[in-house]
Write a protein that binds this ligand. Structure first.
Ligand SMILES: *Cc1c(COP(=O)(O)O)cnc(C)c1O
Length: 498
């Protein structure tokens, strides 16, 4: 039977028992809260045996293999050895710990495998995605008369926003794209520069990096000066980008002021709220994020602070027609029904991808199951943990608290604080803190990351994790102190033997 299947090339469709067996093992892993992704090392090391087994597979096999045992091999490998963002100690970059709901919704989306391409075949999934986009607008206080879609992440959302802004200006007959100017602070995400370059603009010429204030927000006076200068020299201010929660520090730019400037100067106002936008649900940050509703476009990433499994980002735009005008496609092979079906909304006309996965489902189910209040509580818990970490660091004799915005805290080990002398130089403090991060990653109970600010190497915790608790934070700061002290000793020994 098996052989026959393989002869007909259908070994990829399984018998019911095989499907159930494989699913049961994955379900076991997911439903066991003592499972390795919560308890093992955050970044385990592959054993020699696992390395050699994987290396042995370098050549693409000619014959296929039995499905259940092949799955079991990968279930075993991946559930124990892949880095787990759900581990309570995973606090690196900005990577939401995937919630159970989002993982199961992804499984359902893959299981039904409904096409998301044309109106005639995607009627149901399109309706669900359109409704989810409306919910996102309601959640964030964004005008529901706008438009938007789910994409792979913030990088693509930023690219779509830039394309839309170019499309809008282009109606005014501008020939040389390099006359355009895009204004953003130096704390912008790298995807902004990449969007500019993918769009055929030269980042060196077209991006005006705006000075930042003491508080690391975009300087309004420098922005005004640069816009005025560019206008005088015949360049065309295309887009101002406000960051709502910068990747390094979580700082929010003055969004309302930016919105006023853009309105006055007829410049497209984009907000990169990939990470921080969801904090509008919190008591504390709802005011600072008020300007979001006035933006022409807004990037927001459910796979960050909505705890959705990667990947899912979202772009919202105020003008309901601009995405269609920028991206709509036609082809001899598309059904003529596409234009008459329902309200002929099809998401392939609003973005870069034609065939798309059903990313909206995990967002819809998450919103429906948690509700607005559920999300408010989860986000406020993360903000609370960040403050808790900051306070612990402030009170700690060897830790220097540097910043705390949204759910991002930066700090460093600095034993100079405990004495009157600066017996360790800035350069060496940077080295010690780098070594602390390396050691913590090796030890495997905690996985913070770092950032550089004003030539200081800072340990950075970004808490977008449902499983992190005060105990985790306390343990991490103790570990930083402990590893730090051992490094200082090494360092002092070095000095005395020189
Ligand atoms: C993470 C991030 C991005 C990039 O998003 P991806 O989902 O990784 O593509 C863009 N902007 C900001 C501010 C971010 O934090």
């Amino acid at each position: 039977m098996k052989q026959e299947n393989q002869l007909h090339g259908s070994s990829l469709n399984l018998a019911p028992e095989q499907i159930k067996k494989i699913c049961a093992e994955i379900v076991d892993y997911l439903s066991n809260k003592e499972n390795p992704r919560y308890t093992q090392k955050v970044r385990p090391k592959l054993t020699d045996r696992q390395y050699s087994d994987l290396s042995a597979l370098e050549r693409m096999p000619y014959h296929g293999s039995e499905a259940v045992s092949t799955f079991e091999k990968y279930i075993q490998l991946l559930t124990t050895q892949a880095v787990s963002t759900s581990h309570p100690g995973f606090l690196a970059y900005i990577m939401g710990a995937a919630s159970d709901v989002s993982v199961l919704a992804d499984f359902l989306a893959a299981a039904i495998s409904a096409p998301q391409t044309s109106a005639s075949t995607s009627h149901l999934t399109t309706m669900i995605e359109a409704q989810t986009i409306k919910w996102m607008c309601q959640l964030l206080g964004y005008p529901e008369t706008g438009s938007g879609l789910f994409v792979s992440g913030g990088s693509v959302a930023n690219l779509i926003a830039l394309q839309a802004a170019i499309k809008k200006k282009r109606t005014q007959n501008i020939v040389d794209l390099n006359q355009y100017r895009v204004y953003v602070s130096k704390y912008s995400h790298s995807s902004i520069s990449s969007a500019v370059s993918i769009s055929g603009l030269l980042p060196d010429q077209c991006i005006q990096y705006i000075e930042t204030t003491q508080e690391h927000t975009l300087s309004i006076s420098d922005l005004k000066t640069k816009i005025k200068h560019d206008q005088e020299y015949g360049y065309i201010p295309l887009m101002v980008i406000g960051i709502a929660g910068c990747t390094s520090l979580g700082v929010i730019d003055p969004l309302l002021v930016l919105s006023d400037i853009c309105m006055k100067e007829d410049i497209w106002f984009h907000i990169d709220a990939a990470y921080g936008g969801f904090a509008v649900l919190s008591q504390e940050y709802s005011e600072a994020l008020k300007g979001m509703q006035f933006s022409d476009s807004l990037t927001i990433d459910p796979h960050k602070w909505m705890y959705a499994a990667a990947d899912v980002g979202c772009i919202l735009v105020k003008d309901p027609n601009i995405l269609f005008n920028t991206f709509n496609q036609s082809g001899a092979y598309y059904s003529s029904d596409d234009l008459t079906f329902s309200n002929h909304l099809q998401f392939r006309d609003l973005g870069i991808q034609t065939t798309r996965s059903f990313r909206a489902l995990k967002v819809k189910l998450s919103l429906e199951i948690a509700g607005r209040i559920g999300y408010q509580q989860m986000i406020e818990k993360d903000i609370h943990l960040a403050k808790y970490a900051y306070k612990l660091a402030l009170d700690h004799p060897n830790l220097e608290a540097y910043s705390c915005h949204l759910s991002i805290v930066t700090l460093r080990f600095n034993p100079n604080l405990a004495t009157d002398e600066n017996f360790i130089s800035e350069t060496n403090l940077n080295k010690i803190n780098q070594e602390i991060i390396d050691d913590l990653h090796q030890l495997g109970d905690f996985f913070p990351s770092h950032t550089w600010v004003n030539n200081k190497y800072l340990i950075r915790l970004c808490i977008v994790n449902l499983n992190t608790t005060e105990e985790t934070i306390h343990g991490l700061l103790e570990a930083i102190d402990e590893v730090g002290k051992s490094k200082t000793c090494n360092y002092l020994t070095h000095m005395s033997t020189q």
